[in-house]
Design a protein around this ligand. Sequence first.
Ligand SMILES: C[S@@+](CC[C@H](N)C(=O)[O-])C[C@H]1O[C@@H](n2cnc3c(N)ncnc32)[C@H](O)[C@@H]1O
Ligand code: SF4
Ligand code: SF4
Length: 356
Amino acid sequence: MSVIVPNKIINTAKHNKIINENGTSKKLSFLKRISPKNGINALSLSLSSLCSADCIFCPAERGQRISTKFMPFAYVEKIVNEIASRDFSRFHNIEVISVSANGDGFLNKEIIKILRLIKKRGPHIKVVCFTNFRSFTKDKIDIVLREKLIDNIGCNIDGASAENYYQVKRTDYKVVKEHLLYFIKLRRRLWRDVPLLISALTLYDYVYSIRKGLGITPLKTPDIDVSNITDDFELIKQEYMQILDHPKDHILRTPVRGWAERKQINPASINYSQYICPLMDSISRAAFIAPDGTWYACCWDGNNELELGNVIEESVHRVFLSDKRIMLLQYLENREFAKINGPCVTVNCCQALSCN
Ligand SMILES: C[S@@+](CC[C@H](N)C(=O)[O-])C[C@H]1O[C@@H](n2cnc3c(N)ncnc32)[C@H](O)[C@@H]1O
Ligand code: SF4
Ligand code: SF4
């Protein structure tokens, strides 16, 4: 069963002369029959926009525009009820739900209740979680592993020593490591197959990639003596190679993005023809939901500036079909970043940078 995207939306695009300024009707790749093969396939839920860390690579203004800081259980319940319905599954097939986007989900006091609900209503859905492990405490680790509530975990370890870690994340490595080691130990004891991805974004990598890629000094490291820092990625890797379980676990260098530096960039200086939106594929099928139900553009829209609708006031399906969302995809596809505003005007900050 499939439907064609309502004419209203295609007409809206034509009236605004966005599809083709000369009036010809170029069919955009995302305007096609909606079916579970191209409908929504992933949900990214920001269960908390607050975080116990303050990473140098994370925007200071992240989540500030929206006053609701924790997604209430009732909101998740409404979303989950919709995606578990037969009507919804005629058009969409949610394969993955991420529960710790744009903040740290474990600060949400209802997270265990929420995880249980997701597992109960969508047992086939893969639940993934990126967390700094600061608030993923032993009692929560116990429940999550025993009840198989999460299928994949990611964690950034951004410094080899407590001092280096603190310089990048401004939170206590000792507590984080205690929780992480407890997770690994209990996972072995319970024979749980939950892969762990350790990512590392070191101070050296960040400062030098931002300098080389954007030509600026990171906002949160104004006083850093760059000649004095060395890259500790190999040290982090050596240590965790011994701790992790192979082959299911991995340790990788995180490619640097400049989303925390947008304020320093003058959009007028950007040659947009050089850039594409790096998340186009993911955005065309994933829903990014802020704690108050706002569907925002993508994971590099940290302050939820591009509001496409609200999935609590309307349905997820309706926001998926909304003019705003279709227009966003259209502008992105045509690389008309200046017309979108918000974070897209600094599309150079969304690209993967490297210091080599
Ligand atoms: C936005 S956070 C949310 C989840 C959780 N608070 C955490 O950090 O684990 C998700 C992940 O995005 C990645 N990330 C954040 N800022 C980044 C940046 N400037 N460049 C590259 N990756 C970044 C990090 O791997 C981070 O762990
Ligand atoms: S990257 Fe994650 S852990 Fe670091 S401050 Fe941002 S939300 Fe928190
Ligand atoms: S902020 Fe805009 S250009 Fe950047 S990844 Fe998100 S949608 Fe794409």
